[in-house]
Design a protein around this ligand. Structure first.
Ligand SMILES: Cc1cc2nc3c(=O)[nH]c(=O)nc-3n(C[C@H](O)[C@H](O)[C@H](O)COP(=O)(O)OP(=O)(O)OC[C@H]3O[C@@H](n4cnc5c(N)ncnc54)[C@H](O)[C@@H]3O)c2cc1C
Length: 408
């Protein structure tokens, strides 16, 4: 394929081609609601207790915010959305969106569910990846403890990890062993079915043991193909260096380094915790610095595509365009097998569908799960669409432009 000369994210006919008139108007209504900070604030506060109380609000949620951002309540229900996206050359990253469940039984259930997702994805034409949260099958308190002990160690990440395992109690070690076993089962299934596993990045203070675990998995499972992917949040000041360190480890140990690049979703929480606990914030002081590191990370990955497989996971138009420009400058294919783009379902369709039209490998990150279990995800989306400066405005402007074009 020849490099595409012009990529623009302004074509709304392409962007919303998969939405009928009714769906488009509904999206306009939703984004107009989310542009009201007081309403979002109230919804974020009230929704979880209202759901818990059993009041009949699920129908309302299903018809509004759930339908906009979630693929369905069951795995099978995502099929209709995936099919629709596939018609426009857009792929899918399936995300079993259940969050916050605790207990060994629930963790084993999540492992089985992840494997079920992998098996299902393997039967579908356009689902090359699925995503996993380690907190889905590991106790948060255990990850926190491991993270804390690791921080006190010296040397490389793996050295800190191994030292930590020697220092914790045998009960904690056994619990961690079960986490590793769950992760291994998921990775084995992924390799067998050739489905990429993307591991989400969460709070910085639990990330060290997660990173160590993922590197161990890559060392085993990414020898021939990139199957396991970590995530780096570039709002963190230390992640660009971490990315480079992982690359060096991949070269040394001869595995392929899979990485999903994001800016990071928990900025306010991170800053608050750092302030409360009196340690330097791990987050860049301003957006410009985050953007700089994110784009530098893209550059680094594109420079090393022989060893790195990268997923640019962003709604930032510049970062997406910049990635395509770097590929073009290097004379590489826009659908290079080690370069993928992704946006969340329900957001930035103008980027996704225009990238797909230009020939890029691009997907929607599509969560599914029972309404009550995906509430944390939905609340994050509502907050993001209020707090990210300009995001809602941009979505609204594009939706309005398309409504006008369709003369609705
Ligand atoms: C496919 C996909 C997968 C994702 N997976 C994860 C994940 O695993 N973990 C995760 O944490 N997030 C994840 N995210 C969310 C992501 O981290 C961002 O929150 C979201 O995409 C917004 O960033 P952006 O690059 O799209 O664009 P932009 O709108 O350009 O950037 C907004 C982001 O910039 C940063 N920022 C904003 N203001 C400041 C400031 N004052 N100082 C410093 N930084 C600032 C924040 O990270 C903010 O979210 C994912 C997103 C996508 C699309």
């Amino acid at each position: 394929m020849e490099p595409h000369p012009e990529i623009s994210f302004d074509n709304t006919e392409l962007a919303f081609g998969y939405k009928n008139d009714k769906q488009l108007k509904k999206a306009r209504f939703l984004f107009s609601l989310m542009s009201k900070p007081w309403l979002v604030k109230m919804a974020v506060k009230m929704t979880p207790p209202v759901i818990k109380s059993g009041l009949p609000v699920k129908g309302l949620i299903r018809k509004t915010i759930f339908g906009q951002f979630v693929g369905g309540e069951t795995l099978e229900q995502t099929a209709a959305v995936a099919k629709k996206l596939g018609e426009h050359n857009v792929q899918v990253i399936l995300d079993y969106g259940v969050e916050g469940k605790q207990g060994e039984e629930n963790f084993d259930h999540a492992r089985d569910e992840f494997i079920r997702v992998i098996n299902y994805a393997a039967t579908q034409p356009n689902i090359p990846f699925m995503s996993v949260k380690v907190t889905g099958f590991a106790r948060f308190g255990l990850l926190e403890k491991l993270g804390e002990v690791m921080k006190q160690q010296e040397g490389s990440l793996m050295k800190k990890y191994l030292n930590t395992l020697e220092q914790i109690s045998s009960a904690d070690r056994e619990e961690w062993h079960r986490v590793r076993e769950r992760m291994t089962r998921v990775c084995e299934a992924a390799v067998e079915k050739n489905i990429g596993v993307l591991i989400d990045a969460e709070d910085s203070w639990i990330q060290d043991p997660v990173d160590a675990l993922i590197l161990l998995m890559m060392d085993i499972f990414n020898k021939k193909r990139p199957v396991i992917y970590n995530t780096t949040q570039h709002y963190r000041t230390d992640r660009l260096q971490f990315l480079k360190d992982c690359y060096a480890a991949a070269v040394e140990r001869n595995f392929l380094f899979g990485i999903k690049l994001v800016r990071g979703a928990y900025m306010e929480k991170e800053r608050k915790r750092a302030e409360k606990m009196n340690y330097p914030s791990p987050i860049h002081t301003n957006k410009k610095a985050t953007d700089k590191d994110f784009n530098a990370a893209v550059e680094f990955c594109i420079e090393h595509l022989d060893r790195i497989s990268v997923i640019v996971a962003s709604h930032n138009e510049y970062s997406n365009l910049y990635t395509t420009q770097l590929l073009q400058q290097k004379g590489l294919l826009l659908n290079h097998p080690h370069v993928h783009f992704s946006q969340l379902y329900g957001m930035s369709d103008n980027i996704t569908f225009n990238l797909a039209h230009a020939g890029c490998s691009v997907s929607k990150y599509l969560p599914f799960g029972p309404i009550r279990d995906v509430i944390p995800y939905l609340m994050r989306r509502a907050q993001e669409n209020t707090s990210v400066k300009g995001q809602t405005g941009r979505e609204m402007m594009l939706i309005r432009k398309e409504i006008k074009r369709r003369k609705l």
